[in-house]
Design a protein around this ligand. Sequence first.
Ligand SMILES: Nc1ncnc2c1ncn2[C@@H]1O[C@H](COP(=O)(O)OP(=O)(O)OP(=O)(O)O)[C@@H](O)[C@H]1O
Ligand SMILES: [Mg+2]
Length: 259
Amino acid sequence: MAARRLVVAMPKGGSGKTATSVAVAWGLQRAGRRVLLVDLDPQGNATAALGVEAAPGAYGVLELLLRPELPFEPRRVADTLDVVPACPWAVGVDMEVQRANQLTGPVAVREALARVEGAYDFIICDCAPSLGPVTYNALAAGPILAPVETTRLAVSVIPELGRVVQQLRRGVAPDATVLAYLPTRFVEEQTESREALRTLEGLAGDRVLRTRIPLATAIARSLAEGVPLYDPRYRPSKGPPAYLAALDELLPLLEARHG
Ligand SMILES: Nc1ncnc2c1ncn2[C@@H]1O[C@H](COP(=O)(O)OP(=O)(O)OP(=O)(O)O)[C@@H](O)[C@H]1O
Ligand SMILES: [Mg+2]
């Protein structure tokens, strides 16, 4: 059966895309699901957070997207969790993908995932904050989960994401869609957080998940330390249960989409 796909994207730096991709990946792995995380961001933050070192010459996103003739060689992170590392040194990936797209439209990510999805229950793509060719391809490759930092500035970017998705819907990806918005770095006591959440709900209505990911040191620590967020050391934090609650909301949405 085809894997469920989740494209974690938001064209704004520091929205919690990587934190969300990695927390969702570990959450699914913990439940015994076979998970692939594809690190589409040349910053390589998800790769690093999974304790994998991206190395020139090793199989990575460049090979996945642009060298379909090579055998698929993801890196094993844990039992049932693999990653395709970012290629931080390969400045030409965006350009090469753009060139390939001139013939086909933005289908490189979608086609690459289709080639490898048989081995997985879920494929999660962590996107870069830019809306370059690789991100644009990713938005056309599966339902989008958009983490939104609960600040005025971050929420103001939502219409931009909406416009790009509309453009894809009119073209090669009629089913491109933002499946859900996930409020992140939420601080109940802060007026700006509460107001940003209200604005987000005004823009996106019931597509905003009920779970709010709090500002929680454990989330940043688990990324920096390369340790799953659900490790006992982070237990007192509100971060891990919040991400598990978000996953509980997301799973039925993904299943419903898959039919
Ligand atoms: N809920 C949170 N609480 C505290 N720190 C967080 C939270 N979510 C993310 N962070 C931290 O904030 C920073 C930005 O988060 P993250 O890397 O997930 O954002 P991003 O959207 O992937 O950024 P980029 O656009 O650069 O890829 C990181 O240092 C991360 O550890
Ligand atoms: Mg990131």
